[in-house]
Design a protein around this ligand. Structure first.
Ligand SMILES: Nc1ncnc2c1ncn2[C@@H]1O[C@H](COP(=O)(O)OP(=O)(O)O)[C@@H](O)[C@H]1O
Ligand SMILES: O=C(OP(=O)(O)O)[C@H](O)COP(=O)(O)O
Length: 408
């Protein structure tokens, strides 16, 4: 078990707090949803009220994406949520960042720049190597302690997640603590157990599918979203140029082979979409897989109604469902139906666990309620629910193994 905020003597302590406030971003660069910021309010308020000096560390988006933006809007929103000034600092570990951290008084909070603006933070390291990255060597000298509240990123072994606890005393924040508590006992949930894997992070979904099927944790895996499209392609279905190009562009071409291997090994337990929805003449149009491919410009944007009935029947017999990722492009009204109806069916299962940034935002925008647990994490929750260790949690549990780098 990791130490928590109960074990930290906070007053006067300068704490680097890693949060996951990776959020959907509007076209004008503003936050489209602040749920992940609200989730961390308890941890941050507690640290500040107990007299801590808080430097927030976080990532936003992935290099090259439209949502790969600065954390300035996040700092502004945190200031509103925490009801106190929260300054944004446009650097993360340079001398300017160290200066800003040194200037903190008890009860002050700053947000340092997007950790992924530095290339090391988008690589995976073991904790020893992460301890020697520029980020950790640059910032750790001015911190007394490290709090990890970023459960949603805990499946990544990036420097801000595994490097700091190698050189500083580390503690789980309140979000981390409660997620580990709820999600730590998947083997105890009732069977039959069904995993629903949708969304766009196809390699994560295939990793999870392999793991839960190999370990006998899943009775069924239902595929949807881009993951469903990759499985259909692996099964020999021609989804047409638009979807196939999209799979290429996202770099998921190798995943088709992995999905095919999975179907060879566990085909009877993996359910594939039976129909898809495309846009035709400006409207939603459903096509059975036998009627594919669609016209060149028509992408598979949602699962269709036959798939929904098929998946609903499997969910009726389930006693536990674990769901991550939307079933389609729920952001567009014509393609929200699959996600809304699949989520509604899942929320009626006795034990229903759902996670993911976009998933949580879909739940809210589509008004679906009733899940047993809505996790702040998608990939992290799934990894945990496969009973695999999360590198960032392991690093916290292992504690510091290296000397804290000296301040200049
Ligand atoms: N068929 C599809 N084609 C393109 N994008 C899709 C499709 N289905 C779902 N998506 C997209 O997947 C994204 C969410 O996926 P992901 O990030 O994996 O979810 P989460 O954040 O919940 O883990 C959404 O932006 C949604 O539009
Ligand atoms: O949004 C996140 O994960 P999720 O989409 O699995 O919920 C986390 O912020 C991790 O981001 P990443 O998947 O770009 O490493």
């Amino acid at each position: 078990m990791t130490d928590t905020l109960d074990d930290l003597d906070v007053e006067g302590t300068t704490v680097g707090v890693r949060v996951d406030i990776n959020s959907p971003i509007d076209d004008d660069g503003s936050l489209a949803d602040d749920a992940r910021l609200r989730a961390h309010v308890d941890t941050l308020s507690e640290l500040l009220e107990r007299g801590g000096r808080v430097a927030v560390l976080a990532h936003q988006g992935r290099p090259g994406g439209d949502d790969f933006v600065s954390l300035e809007p996040h700092a502004e929103r945190l200031s509103t949520l925490l009801e106190r000034p929260v300054d944004y600092v446009d650097v993360t570990y340079s001398s300017g960042a160290r200066e800003a951290v040194r200037n903190l008084d008890d009860g002050d909070c700053i947000v340092l720049e997007n950790t992924r603006f530095y290339s090391e933070e988008y690589m995976e390291f073991d904790p020893d190597a992460a301890a020697q990255t520029h980020l950790v060597e640059g910032l750790a000298p001015v911190l007394d302690a490290y709090v990890n509240d970023a459960f949603a990123a805990a499946h990544r072994s990036q420097p801000s997640l595994v490097g700091f606890p190698s050189v500083l005393p580390g503690y789980a924040g309140r979000v981390m603590e409660s997620e580990l508590d709820v999600l730590g006992s998947i083997e105890e949930t009732p069977e039959p157990r069904v995993y629903v894997l949708g969304g766009a992070k196809v390699s994560d979904s295939i990793d999870v599918a392999w793991s839960v099927l190999e370990k006998g944790l899943a009775d069924h895996v239902l595929t949807a979203g881009v993951a469903g499209n990759v499985f259909l392609t692996a099964d020999g279905v021609d989804l047409g140029d638009a979807s196939t190009d999209f799979i290429y562009e996202q770099g998921y071409w190798d995943e088709i082979d992995r999905a095919a291997d999975l179907l060879d090994a566990y085909g009877e337990q993996v359910a594939l979409p039976r129909d898809v929805a495309v846009e035709r003449d400006g409207e939603r149009h459903e096509l059975g897989v036998n009627a594919l491919p669609p016209a060149d410009s028509e992408a598979a944007m949602d699962i269709g109604s036959s798939t929904l009935s098929y998946y609903e029947r499997i969910l009726e017999d389930a006693r536990t469902v674990i769901l991550n990722g939307p079933a389609g492009v729920f952001e567009e009204a014509a393609f929200e139906n699959g996600t809304r109806e699949l989520y509604n069916a899942a929320s009626g299962v006795e034990t229903s666990i759902v996670g993911g940034g976009d998933t949580a935002s879909a739940l809210r925008s589509l008004g679906v309620e009733g899940f047993s647990h809505v996790s702040t994490g998608g990939g992290a929750a799934l990894r945990m629910l496969t009973a695999e260790p999360l590198p960032a949690v392991t690093a916290l549990e292992d504690g510091p193994k290296h000397q804290q780098p000296a301040d200049d």
